[in-house]
Write a protein that binds this ligand. Sequence first.
Ligand SMILES: Cc1cc2nc3c(=O)[nH]c(=O)nc-3n(C[C@H](O)[C@H](O)[C@H](O)COP(=O)(O)OP(=O)(O)OC[C@H]3O[C@@H](n4cnc5c(N)ncnc54)[C@H](O)[C@@H]3O)c2cc1C
Length: 409
Amino acid sequence: MSTPRALIIGGSIAGMFAAHLLRAIGWRVDVFERSAEDLAGRGAGLGSHEALVAILRRIGIDMSAPLGVAIPRYVWLDEQGGVVADVPRPRMMTAWSRLYRPLKDALPPGLYHPAKSLARVEQDARGVTAIFADGTRATGDLLVGADGVRSAVRGQFLPDAKPEYAGYFAWRALHAEADATPAQRELLYARNAFCIPDGELWVSYPVPARDGDVTPGKRDYNIVWYRPADEAALAAMNTDASGRQHEQIPPPLIRRDVIDAAKQAARAEIAPSLAEIFGATPRPTFQAIYDLAAPQLVFGRAVIMGDAAFVARPHVGAGVTKAALDAACLADALRDHESIEAALAHYGATRKAAGDWIISRAREFGAICIHGETARPAERRQRAERAWAEYLTMPDRIHEWGKQALAAE
Ligand SMILES: Cc1cc2nc3c(=O)[nH]c(=O)nc-3n(C[C@H](O)[C@H](O)[C@H](O)COP(=O)(O)OP(=O)(O)OC[C@H]3O[C@@H](n4cnc5c(N)ncnc54)[C@H](O)[C@@H]3O)c2cc1C
């Protein structure tokens, strides 16, 4: 058989892992990305897990520089800023660019095709063909849909499998350490911080700067603040100043009054040291939180992976690790099975089970503390304590989930 070729749709994190890991087993790969921009500029903080590091090493990414900011403790602050708990719990927090940039740079030139938007997929006995919005085509032995939560590949094969709004959204903000006060630095740059106002959840932690720098003084502070909103309230927030409503409003179009209201709510509900940092961020952004569980991952010679297949609420901090594990499972299955069909069947069954597990963990966690009801004080406290206990143990459970997945491959 001549060298098999994979067409990878989506050049974000799942697409990058798939490209490297398929190349490593001898496949030719081409990555087709809808966006014309450099995706390394999408900044956000990310939790990391051992399985992710293991896969980066396997690809040959230089891991001698720190992957992120090592944070020794977790702190729970109440709404007035009092310390409810402050416990040792080491965690490594990384940043989007720190992961994406080396993966992209390690891909040989000519394999990444920006501004190519998949329109549809065709299959016949000779293989699978990607047809792009500009009318061009590419044919290969396998098509990998790594095209995110609104996947065109999934949309074609599973038109009914749509993301379901979880009933809440997250404000996200990055604040430069250089602008932090000495008191903020001392409390917050050595801790994962947690605040649980009624029905909401705030999580924040230091991350590498956008260029990957982890030197104290140059890092960023990453905020994720989950707040409930019904569909009508979310639609109003997603409406820009010209009155146009977006499914997910682009960050520069978020209205000033929406940002000002969020900053005011932070001052009223969140520990002052945290609310101050949020208030000092010029343009926080928000994202609705969705659940997505595809009932099937394989469609002949087309597969889906990463957020195209499963989106777990971010509480588990595992989307990137899951994307890496999906790609590793696919590559290992293709290496170890006699036929592509048998390999894809193995991939579909294995990663569906893993996806279902992580989705339900994330749903359970979200349901504990993020909700639109007003709870009685005793119940509030109980929910907050449960959320804190879950939050402390979650990384270990996700590490274990990742380790088991790697061991099984
Ligand atoms: C608030 C929040 C916090 C998070 N925190 C964490 C965390 O701490 N740790 C963690 O691991 N994960 C976290 N995640 C999740 C993580 O960001 C995602 O799981 C990850 O980005 C998924 O990667 P992906 O490549 O599958 O999809 P995406 O990153 O969405 O990429 C899909 C790509 O496909 C392209 N595309 C789409 N349609 C087409 C088309 N038709 N043709 C060609 N290209 C197309 C898009 O332009 C995009 O570049 C968080 C997510 C959110 C919302």
